[in-house]
Design a protein around this ligand. Structure first.
Ligand code: FUL
Length: 631
């Protein structure tokens, strides 16, 4: 496939009679970036000490002894991913808590202190080997923020961190992608100092310029995520999985690809007790896929092993059902082999004619003369077909060019617009399930029509482009029906949500506390002070064993409660502290977090908001209080 490209791109001026390929436009992707974009989607695996502490962010003081996944089998996990059609996986070799899941020489806070395999285990190696054996790409996530290391925030940490990068890129075979997360919350254990450490500008502190250089030397094919924009790929901008559309890969004079990231489970990136009822449905996953891959990015979808080391059955069921939907969607391209007539062909050369869009070859492309930016193509199918997804691709090795396009279908004797061209300034954020407009194309764009269309004639018009468009594929696909998925458990680990009817509230902004129990995520208890608290009177003593906190959902982070303490009482006078800690990763992923404690009888619960994000304040959009299910 690359041989052919070289021939096409490299034949400039070689034959007088044949047209020459257009000159590249704007920043170009590297070969590695092109190959990476063809991977489309792969797994994220968050698995470490947080798995055992029910946290999204560990503080750094967790004992390595907690890590003992009795039934961890990397190959079973890899085969599950591969079976669903994924192309690789990225493992959190070290998360913010600093625990290294491989026997590193850089810090003692590592897996050799865990009872798993008597301290001789190596999770990175097991995943890497299973991937190699199954011809599956393997990558790692290595958190720059390290809440365990005493030297974090000082120059001393860099030696530790660089060593970790070197070990991962030297001892585990090819790494297809390495993730440098941008999170750096400030406070942590830091070797016992329990301080707030500010590193200033991440790019300067970590010296990403040097990091990138080191990586290119060790593994030139490794895709670098993040690194303050010095890498090859950047964050899609949400942890819901979508990226914004239109999507431009040109960032200044550099090509930067995008990756949408999201966990399959609403509970978060790590496994949490009782998460079974919270898996995203296959339809939701399709929506995510269309809003990431379908907008020209890649998708990294997280599945978290549990404390035993196994993937959650409900997560797997949903993944597999979505995997089947995706394979069916892509299985038949109704435009394949269609005849294409165009109003412009570069130099009248067959190598650049419209047929190149329907030949199934991702490298060949249709292209008009330089200066022609709004050409039209008519696509005639051999026989009428029914489809509801239109997919287009540009030959991105020559740069990204198209700004807007229209697709029409001949229905009942007249042309009907089925994809309207996008207007400048319009942006799709969040998800748009169906009926989206035609803006950028790039690596690929998939538009799910508002309804299926049956026809044998279509018309594609590029309505705006920065240079003569080079369209490599025009495809027509049909969205399959939803597969049956095993129903997920409805309770949280056998717990029940206590009925809040009749409860009363006191404390700060007590008149607004009921808004945290009204079942509406748009309303909230909030007050402009930290710390702050409210008291729930449940009217009768009952067994309580946990609570759920949903942070404010209005898109703002000011005064979003990020640390908590919960106390229980029988009489409203003497209190017992039952839980205390941090709600991690709220800024990027403000989802519900569930905290459990051992069951105890109480009539009153006091919730303290002890720290908040971005200024003074306290807030709770929704809270649930749990008790053990009656036997
Ligand atoms: C974020 C982290 O803070 C989360 O914990 C998670 O690892 C996610 C993929 O990236 O920035």
């Amino acid at each position: 496939m690359f041989g052919k490209t070289l021939l096409m791109l490299g034949c400039l001026g070689s034959t007088l009679s044949a047209a020459t390929a257009p000159a590249p436009y704007g920043p170009l992707p590297t070969t590695q970036q092109v190959n990476w974009l063809r991977m489309e989607w792969y797994a994220f695996v968050h698995f470490g000490l947080n798995t055992y502490t029910n946290r999204e962010w560990g503080y750094g003081d967790e004992s390595p002894k907690l890590f003992k996944p009795g039934h961890f089998d990397a190959e079973t996990i890899v085969k599950t991913f591969k079976g669903a059609g994924m192309s690789g996986m990225i493992y959190t070799a070290k998360h913010h808590d600093g625990f290294c899941t491989w026997p590193t020489n850089s810090t003692t806070h590592n897996i050799t202190l865990s009872p798993w395999k008597n301290g001789r285990g190596d999770v990175v190696k097991e995943f890497a080997k299973a991937c190699q054996k199954n011809d599956f790409a393997f990558g790692t996530y290595l958190s720059p923020w390290d809440r365990n290391c005493a030297e974090y925030g000082r120059p001393g940490y860099l030696k530790v961190y660089y060593k970790q990068i070197e070990e991962l890129l030297t001892n585990y075979g090819p790494i297809f992608e390495i993730w440098f997360d941008g999170a750096m919350g400030g406070d942590g254990y830091y070797g016992g100092a329990r301080q707030n450490r500010n590193i200033g500008k991440a790019d300067t502190y970590y010296n990403y310029k040097q990091v990138v250089k080191n990586i290119r030397k060790l593994q030139p094919d490794c895709i670098i995520w993040g690194a303050a924009g010095r890498g090859d790929v950047t964050w899609g901008g949400s942890e819901k999985g979508f990226v914004k559309y239109p999507l431009w890969n040109a960032q200044g004079n550099k090509w930067l690809s995008l990756e949408g990231d999201t966990p399959i489970n609403h509970r978060g990136w790590f496994w949490h007790p009782g998460q079974g009822g919270h898996v995203k449905t296959p339809e939701k996953l399709m929506e995510i896929y269309l809003a990431s891959v379908g907008r020209g990015a890649n998708l990294i979808l997280n599945l978290a092993p549990d404390r035993d080391g196994r993937l959650d059955a409900a997560d797997v069921a949903s993944l597999e059902a979505f995997g089947k939907m995706r394979s069916k969607l892509l299985a038949v391209d109704y435009a394949r082999g269609a005849e294409v007539k165009t109003d412009a062909v570069r130099g009248n050369d067959a190598r650049f004619n419209g047929g190149q869009m329907t030949d199934g070859d991702i490298e060949s492309y249709w292209c008009p003369e330089d200066g022609t930016t709004t050409p039209t193509a008519e696509i005639v199918l051999e026989k009428p077909a029914t489809f509801d997804v239109v997919r287009l691709r540009e030959q991105i090795r020559l740069g990204q060019r198209v700004e807007a396009f229209r697709v029409e279908a001949m229905v009942d004797g007249s042309w009907k617009t089925i994809v309207e061209p996008g207007k400048p300034g319009e942006v799709e954020t969040q998800f748009n399930l169906r009926g989206g407009k035609g803006h950028t194309i790039g690596n690929q764009v998939m538009r799910w029509l508002s309804e299926p269309v049956t026809t044998n004639r279509l018309r594609l018009t590029i309505t705006r482009a920065k240079a003569c468009p080079c369209i490599s594929e025009f495809s027509l696909l049909l969205m399959p029906g939803t597969e049956e998925v095993a129903p997920a458990a409805a309770t949280v680990g056998g717990d029940v949500v206590l009925n809040s009817k009749g409860w009363t509230y006191s404390g700060f902004a007590a008149d607004k506390a009921y808004l945290a129990f009204d079942g509406k995520s748009a309303t909230m208890w909030s007050i402009g002070r930290t710390p702050s608290h409210f008291v729930v009177d449940m009217k009768k003593p009952q067994l309580v064993n946990g609570f759920a906190y949903l942070p404010r959902q209005d898109g703002k982070t000011q005064g979003m409660t990020s640390r908590y303490r919960v106390e229980l009482s029988m009489d409203g006078r003497s209190w017992k502290n039952v839980a205390e800690g941090e709600f991690g990763n709220l800024r990027a992923n403000p989802v519900e977090q569930v905290i459990s404690f051992s069951p105890q009888k109480a009539r009153y619960l006091r919730f303290f908001s002890t720290a908040a994000l971005d200024g003074t304040g306290s807030s709770v959009a929704e809270m649930k209080i749990y008790g053990p299910a009656a036997k």
